[in-house]
Write a protein of this length. Sequence first.
Length: 438
Amino acid sequence: MRRFRTAAAAALTTALTVALATGCGGGTTTGGGASNSKPKELTYWASNQGSSLEHDKKVLGPELEKFEKRTGIKVKLEVIPWSNLLDRILAAASSGEGPDVLNIGNTWSSSLQKSGALLPLDDEALAKTGGKKRFSPSAFAATGQRGETPVAVPLYSLTYALYYHKKRFEQAGIDGPPKTWKELVAAGKKLTGDGRYGLAVEGGDPVENSHHAFVFAKQHGSDFFDAKGNPTFDSPGNVKAVKQYVDFVAGDRIAAKGNAEYAARQSVRDFAKGKAGMLLWQAARSQLLANGMKDGEWGVAPVPVRSASDGGQRAVNSMVAGINLAVFKDTDNRDGALEFVKFMTSTAEQKKLNDTYGSISPVLRAQQAPPRDEDEKVMRAVLADSSAPLPQVPDESKFETLVGTAMKELFADAAAGRSVTEEAVRQRLGEAQQKMRK
């Protein structure tokens, strides 16, 4: 999930550069490519989705045994922390020695496609996994570069939602969750005072920052890349979007100055403890319970938009977050790997796994089951109607790092009492754009 991916995503640019320099994507030391030389075994690298690596093994173990009974293919499982997963993938791509099937963060899809680490899933391969039409279009859009053959399929999906503290809303006389940003700021000011604030943000987390920049830019009718994949970071719409988000600390002052340093779920803790009345987050339920809240103490609503009448791109209120499932380019059980992808994305497995991890199934038939809670009900609707994938360009990871870091610096300026003007935002984004083009 997104919170486990932060460190790995921030390191993607450097790791990808190293991998390309050592020959990743241009053949392997084994001269390999996909084959079926070992049809009775598979190695699966799973990402850490649960509370621990051991928890994931307990969740996945019985499912892999079920697959073995059905197919006769034994699956060797390794659960890898997000902090190590990307380096392991790129090292495997360079050496030609790696897993058969692996989980990847969906925002890595385009960059890993550029590296050549993953098997392209053409129409024939997709047919063996059950077909493209089984998946939510918004989730499938984050499986590779625009106009190219996809290199993964969606496994677990997530979206952002607005969490609001019911008791604090009642105490402040606020009737319900805000639907527009103007309403959110107004509610935030009512909730701010006596050491408590209206909203908690993670201004010290570049990846988190970049996700909100992307959404706010969409609502301003803007994008961070043009149709050819060239960066447009300092365009007027993007400047307004970034300033709007940073202004929660700098101008509106509905988020604490200390939020400029938050980068490790402190905003979730503050919300759970009543120090903040609102929170923008993905699938927060388990974390809120772990921080002492009880079911019914919070509400969930879609992230606000600029105007209630907005439609199309301006109505986007979340990036498509989630985990994809891919086949390693040098698998020695190509057919078995595709069969495993089909199994893991089957309706029955999707219901079980996504219910366990608190995520949304990207498989449309699995979404026909009643939602397990209000969190999932809201996220399903957002995924279907108002979410969009991050830019599917080869250097997407650099966008997250560079724009997110520029925003981190702007939050630091706000916390230090320095003015965050549109010109200051434009300058920071312009510097990030120059670095992107190098």
